[in-house]
Design a protein around this ligand. Structure first.
Ligand code: BT5
Length: 261
């Protein structure tokens, strides 16, 4: 595996457009941390401003949703968290997760010219049905969210076969600092629009990448498992499932996961 250039604040900043740089309040880069989300949640409670960002080269307790683990080895992936304080609580975690997934897909499409990115509700970015990136949203206080993003740039050969990295699919060398900056740039560009207009401007892109559309799946909830056919999402970012009895059911971000049958 080729050695990746270390993350550097100046290089990340350099990839953020001048009109968006003011959104970046603070940028920290750790060599090792337990979890960038855990760190930013604590910072948020201590009063950190919107636009506080941290990256780490590796995480010892990287977290996914529902108490799952995000495997976070050193050597060239991206582990990033951004604190965003919304002015009003007009969004839902379901809709924000969808918006952030679309934002990441758009950056990857522009940066890597990848045309076959798939989005799996609520928070997975896939290529060829293998997981490239995951998003973890955690609310702190009334309207502040820590947005955590794990993106595989270069995975060790021991990684699970259901995971994939950019290096597996992109031919040219991947400039991690630039990619990190471009992700922040797109978040800074799009989050204010999301705050104002909700998911409406993101729906077309979501539909284009929605890997679950028309698939037969099982939705797992803490109470029960429900199978049916996926019918996309609504403008709140909730999943729509026509269950086996023919009724339409909605699910929101939370203790819900979806498996293909
Ligand atoms: C997610 O959870 O996909 C959210 C992952 C968010 C990680 C970022 S890294 C920066 C920030 N700090 C944190 O501590 N977390 C965030 P979920 O949908 O629950 O998916 C977790 C599942 O993905 C695991 O159960 C594994 O099956 C799989 N997985 C774990 N590590 C992976 C990796 N590196 N690449 C692909 N899949 C992985």
């Amino acid at each position: 595996m080729s050695k990746s250039e270390l993350l550097t604040a100046d290089k990340i900043r350099a990839a953020i457009a001048p009109q968006n740089i003011a959104y970046l309040s603070q940028l920290e880069i750790f060599d090792t941390i337990d979890s960038t989300n855990t760190y930013l949640l604590a910072q948020a409670k201590a009063g950190a401003p919107s636009g506080t960002v941290c990256f780490a080269e590796q995480q010892t307790q990287g977290r996914g949703r529902l108490a799952r683990t995000w495997v976070s080895p050193p050597g060239g992936n991206l582990y990033c968290s951004l604190l965003w304080r919304f002015e009003n609580v007009t969004h839902t975690l379901s809709s924000l997760s969808v918006a952030v997934a679309v934002i990441i897909a758009n950056v990857l499409r522009k940066y890597s010219k990848l045309s076959d990115i798939q989005l799996k509700w609520p928070n997975d970015v896939l290529i060829a049905q293998r997981k490239l990136a995951g998003i973890l949203l955690e609310q702190t206080g009334k309207s502040s969210i820590v947005i955590g993003i794990g993106l595989n740039v270069q995975l060790p050969p021991s990684a699970e076969k259901t995971w994939i990295s950019l290096a597996d699919v992109v031919q040219q060398p991947i400039e991690r600092n630039q990619l990190a900056g471009l992700i922040l740039n797109e978040l800074f560009e799009q989050l204010p629009q999301f705050a104002e207009q909700g998911l409406r401007p993101f729906m077309r892109d979501w539909r284009q990448h929605d890997v679950l559309m028309n698939q037969t799946v099982t939705v797992h909830t803490p109470e029960k498992n429900i199978s049916g056919v996926m019918c996309g999402i609504n403008e709140l970012g909730e999943l729509l499932l026509r269950n086996d009895a023919g009724a339409m059911q909605q699910f929101c971000y939370g203790e819900v996961s979806v498996r293909f049958l």
